[in-house]
Design a protein around this ligand. Structure first.
Ligand code: ZN
Length: 396
């Protein structure tokens, strides 16, 4: 017996159950446990799909349905394709696998869209991004979903200096979709020893501008937002508002306290790093997850009279790369929600001994900003003064 295409489809549609787009929409609105499966090919799905649908091309459906949708043979499953034919064939195959409540959506995605029902449009990576991020996507802990999270990530780098440069390079390469840069300096020749975003031809340019050119060349698919200014109590909340994670690579007390307080007020993590001579350290301040903030450790800056003069100290340039990339790693982990962040822990790196050690950090109930009875509720502009070695604050 031979069947034409239309005879086969007629026969299949008699064997399976079909459902209208409106009915599927009503069931989803009513919170019914319907599992939607989009069986179209990847290029078709790029133009849009129904929110919550699992995306499994028809050719992989039988192979992947148990892992990616459910192995429960009684689960309510609705399949859709572009117009309702491939999903009908797919429904027959799932029925054969023993699934008892499978329906094929009449009219497919086109019918759904024509009915004016809501669709998702930015859910899939382009072919170009699939290639660019293939080494991420191959990792089960990242995958296409994780890469999408990275592309939706919004990270503010405070300081485009020694720490900000390597952090920015790797975050841009990793595809963190929005990177903000705050820095009021221009590139100086003495920066080139460690600030790897810049070259000889950038000397004299604002750091944020030079950084933007370099990062865009590395990854044109992400957004670089520049803030060519100093952070102050006036603008800090506004600048930080557009970002989910703050990376601190600043080299002075006023900014460090400002960033800390603004981040505590807005409940955003601060991925912190600092360098002193041959030693580096990194931690994540996130009091809402149990760790301390910077003020839990250093409640107030020391009086300006007690700190050394502003003469610049020497520092080993490569250390910035090591600590900056620890910061970049923590940012990526936070965005992906993978691993154990450096919350409540400080990683201390000694380059001369080539040793890492870890210090436990505790939140203080008496902390003036994140403690039980905070006394600081507004941002404070401290006077510009220089760092004490004990604060390990020579981060520039
Ligand atoms: Zn605190």
């Amino acid at each position: 017996m031979s069947l034409s295409k239309s005879q086969l489809l007629q026969q299949v549609k008699r064997e399976i159950v079909e459902v209208t787009a409106d009915q599927v929409h009503r069931d989803l609105q009513a919170g019914k446990p319907v599992r939607l499966v989009d069986v179209r090919e990847r290029e078709e799905v790029m133009d849009g799909y129904i929110a919550g649908a699992a995306l499994i091309p028809r050719g992989f459906l039988e192979l992947n349905v148990e892992d990616e949708v459910t192995s429960d043979r009684g689960a309510a499953i609705v399949l859709y394709c572009a117009g309702g034919n491939r999903s009908a064939l797919a429904a027959r195959d799932l029925k054969q696998m023993g699934y008892t409540d499978v329906r094929s959506m009449i009219g497919g995605f086109k019918g759904w869209k024509d009915a004016g029902l809501p669709i998702e449009q930015d859910g899939l990576l382009s072919e170009d991004d699939m290639r660019r991020y293939s080494r991420h996507i191959l990792l089960p802990e990242v995958g296409e979903k994780g890469q999408q999270k990275l592309l939706k990530g919004k990270v503010l780098l405070v300081g485009s200096g020694g720490l900000g440069c390597p952090t920015a390079l790797y975050l841009a390469a990793a595809g963190v979709g929005t990177i903000g840069l705050v820095d009021a300096d221009v590139v100086d020749k003495s920066n080139l020893q460690r600030q790897v975003l810049f070259g000889e031809s950038d000397v004299g340019r604002p750091k944020v501008e030079a950084a933007k050119s370099r990062l865009h060349d590395l990854n044109p698919g992400i957004k670089i937002q520049t803030h060519f200014e100093l952070l102050t109590s006036e603008n800090a909340m506004e600048v930080m508002a557009g970002y989910d994670i703050i990376v601190n690579g600043c080299d002075n007390f006023p900014t460090r306290y400002l960033v800390n307080d603004a981040a505590v007020f807005s409940r955003k993590p601060v991925v912190d790093g600092s360098i002193f001579r041959f030693e580096g350290q990194a931690t994540v301040y996130l009091p809402s997850q149990g760790g301390p903030c910077y003020r839990c450790l250093y409640p107030e800056p020391p009086p300006p009279g007690e700190v050394p003069s502003c003469a610049e100290g020497g520092v080993l340039g490569v250390l910035f790369g090591i600590v900056g990339l620890i910061q970049a790693t923590e940012v990526i982990k936070l965005i992906l929600g993978q691993g154990r962040p450096l919350v409540g822990r400080m990683l201390v790196y000694d380059a001369l001994d080539m040793k890492f050690r870890e210090l436990k950090l505790r939140r203080s109930a008496q902390c003036p900003v994140c403690g039980d009875h905070p006394t600081i509720t507004d941002l404070i502009d401290y006077e510009q003064f220089c760092g004490l070695p004990s604060h390990r604050d020579a981060a520039g």
